[in-house]
Write a protein that binds this ligand. Structure first.
Ligand SMILES: Nc1ncnc2c1ncn2[C@@H]1O[C@H](COP(=O)(O)OP(=O)(O)OP(=O)(O)O)[C@@H](O)[C@H]1O
Length: 397
């Protein structure tokens, strides 16, 4: 998929043997080579100080590499004026950096203004973007940043980064400063947004859970190097090194996988269409849902496969059946998560359909699978804690 996109569009980020040595001798990034396809979201995850931020800041030339080169859309970024470059790359950081004396609308319209857009056009665009990130511009547009919650400020940060429609988005722990509940909201909203705008994104996080939930691929960093760059299911299910296994908690997780069943609550509900639905109608529904694909059921409600929004929109005639593809990867409810993992790896699939008897129940994604596993591990830890408490009581007596 990534390969095809690359060939078709050619716009992506390429790191070629990039090393960054700081003047004090610290090697923050060591001979790094990797590529990001257009429209792909790669999460950079790893412990503090492993070089994630340095990697990211080299893309918008806030930091210059000591060796190697970085290409953006086929162009060596050293040939591009840094200020011009930055105006074409969205940048979202943890401490959003909104201008306190400017309103939300003015903050959001900053880059369009710098790019010389007319004021009215910039404000129109800013209002659209605020709407898109879930902030009603008529309510929030005239507020100042200190009149917003932390989560709302992060949303403005995302809207501002997207305002000039940059092809590339750099996000450095953008949701790191908000509480876990708001964080999950922001992540889900961001996923919906990304399905619509399909930017090429580098996303730095400490949090493996966030990396799994958001990334098309995850780059797991060791010191200054990427230890593994793979889709989430592969990183979790087939860690490339003991270091990666340890970082993603795979050792413990793999054991729990075989004893944790798939439950209804673990499933996502993608749009569902029928084989005999008119394809234009189905395409409209997918567009309205902001979905890139839908599950296809046959006349009896059994699983047939899936269909992409692209193929429906590309040739509008006929029924869904003319465009649908078979999906072999499915499992019954109650099957162990381990089986889901191995199916995902076997079919190189980003999701697995789950059936309740003959009925389609939903899909399991790597993100959901990881959450289920996490719950199971936490439950196990709580059981152990309770057992400890009982033992202490016995000793006291
Ligand atoms: N200006 C600098 N001078 C010297 N060393 C630096 C400088 N900036 C970063 N470093 C060092 O480079 C290494 C990588 O730093 P970087 O900020 O890229 O890590 P990170 O993975 O983003 O960490 P964190 O998750 O804590 O933000 C660290 O050892 C850091 O101390």
């Amino acid at each position: 998929m990534a390969e095809q996109q690359r060939e078709r569009n050619g716009r992506f980020i390429v790191f070629e043997n990039v090393t960054k040595r700081y003047p004090d001798g610290t090697t923050a990034v060591d001979d790094l080579s990797f590529e990001v396809a257009e429209g792909e979201l790669v999460t950079l995850v790893g412990p503090s100080g492993c070089g994630k931020t340095t990697t990211m800041k080299m893309v918008n030339r806030l930091i210059e590499p000591s060796e190697g080169r970085i290409l953006l859309d086929g162009e060596d970024i050293r040939a591009v004026d840094p200020v011009r470059l930055r105006r074409h790359i969205g940048y979202v950081i943890q401490q959003v950096g909104l201008f306190p004396h400017k309103t939300v609308l003015e903050n959001t319209a900053t880059v369009p203004r710098l790019l010389g857009w007319q004021r009215a056009k910039g404000r129109r665009r800013a209002a659209e973007l605020l709407e898109l990130v879930g902030l009603d511009p008529s309510v929030y547009g005239d507020r100042y940043p200190d009149q917003l919650s932390g989560g709302q400020r992060q949303r403005v940060g995302v809207a501002r980064a997207l305002a000039a429609d940059p092809p590339v988005l750099l996000m450095d722990e953008p949701f790191g400063a908000v509480d876990p509940v708001v964080r999950e909201h922001l992540q889900n909203e961001f996923l919906r947004l990304q399905a619509e705008v399909r930017k090429t994104v580098l996303f730095v996080t400490h949090d493996i859970e966030e990396a799994v939930r958001l990334g098309d691929r995850i780059a797991v960093y060791g010191h200054g190097r990427i230890e593994q760059l793979d889709p989430p299911a592969r990183v979790l299910g087939a860690p490339a090194t003991p270091y990666v296994a340890d970082f993603v908690g795979a050792d413990r997780g793999l054991k729990r996988l075989s004893v944790t069943p798939i439950e209804v609550g673990d499933l996502e509900q993608p749009p569902v269409v029928r084989l005999d639905d008119v394809s234009t109608r189905a395409a409209e529904r997918l567009r309205a849902d902001g979905a890139r694909w839908a599950v296809v059921l046959d006349g009896d409600g059994g699983l047939h496969g899936w269909v992409s929004a692209e193929s429906l929109a590309g040739s509008p005639g006929g029924t869904v059946g003319d465009h649908a593809r078979r999906m072999e990867a499915w499992l019954p409810l109650g099957a162990p998560l381990k089986q889901a993992f191995s199916r995902m790896l076997q079919h190189d699939a980003g999701w697995i359909a789950v059936l309740d008897g003959d009925r389609f129940a939903g899909v399991l994604t790597p993100g959901r699978l990881h959450e289920a596993l996490r719950r199971s591990i936490d439950a196990e830890a709580r059981d152990v804690a309770r057992a400890d408490v009982r033992l202490e009581t016995v000793t006291d007596v």
